[in-house]
Design a protein around this ligand. Structure first.
Ligand SMILES: *Cc1c(COP(=O)(O)O)cnc(C)c1O
Length: 240
């Protein structure tokens, strides 16, 4: 087994254990290997270990790397945009990615929808929610959605407008937890995102099946709280 294959199997095992603790089916959790900053050779080792989904966070980097990896991959791969995307770079991002997890404004959503419609397709997206309240984080402000009527009114209005955009398929929500000393401290953040998903799904009568949450330091807790997409860099590629 290659080092990459050992790391991939450990991560899958950890996901399966978290699913068992939560009474979930491991088939409902998709591993996305976050390949930002990694060269094509390292990505190929992870492809050879059986991984299908990859995440990138910068369009400039993805623009050259994704076609290069696709050209030599033994199988078709699925690419996810997980980092902040400026509206003016949306046109470059559209052909590269199957799914954008980081839709964090009405403006970006409108731009992506228009570009997708122009290309005669639809784009799968997740709405990035800032549920921790950290000011340095991107995402729709949603930290106090359970207690603040004003937050809820604004958020519901923005989500409603995005759901009406013809070029986007909104599959769910994404978040990043704060960096904390103990993984367990991330649990309320992930639970808050899951509850927000449930509330929006009910309010707008949409399934919103996906929760993109959990990274190397916190994915077991995220899976216990309902993650369907985990975005894992260091545990797959090594600490570097
Ligand atoms: C880098 C990154 C990850 C993966 O982080 P690790 O801690 O290396 O697992 C996940 N999500 C986003 C948005 C990232 O930028």
């Amino acid at each position: 087994m290659t080092a990459a294959a050992v790391r991939v199997s450990r991560v899958l095992e950890t996901i399966a254990e978290a699913c068992a603790r939560a009474g979930r089916d491991p088939a409902a959790v998709t591993l996305i290997a976050v390949s930002k900053t990694q060269p094509a050779s390292a990505i190929l080792e992870v492809v050879e270990a059986g991984v299908q989904h990859f995440g990138e966070n910068r369009v400039e980097e993805a623009e050259t790397k994704i076609p290069a990896v696709n050209a030599v991959s033994p199988r078709p791969l699925t690419w996810h945009m997980i980092g902040h995307l400026q509206s003016r770079k949306a046109r470059l991002a559209l052909p590269l990615f199957r799914q954008v997890h980081s839709v964090d404004s009405l403006k970006l959503a409108g731009k992506l929808s228009a570009l997708a419609a122009e290309a005669g397709r639809t784009l799968d997206v997740l709405l990035e929610m800032n549920v921790s309240g950290e000011t340095a984080k991107y995402g729709f402000g949603a930290a106090d959605w359970q207690t603040n009527d004003e937050t809820r009114r604004r958020l519901w209005s923005e989500v409603e407008q995005i759901l009406a955009l013809p070029g986007l398929n909104v599959h769910g929500l994404m978040t990043m937890a704060p960096i904390v000393p103990e993984m367990e401290q991330t649990r309320p953040i992930f639970a808050r995102l899951a509850a927000l998903r449930d509330a929006l799904a009910e309010a707008f009568n949409r399934p919103l099946v996906d929760l993109s949450m959990g990274m190397t330091d916190d994915y077991p807790v995220a899976v216990e709280e309902g993650a369907t997409l985990v975005r894992i860099g260091r545990a797959i590629f090594g600490e570097g």
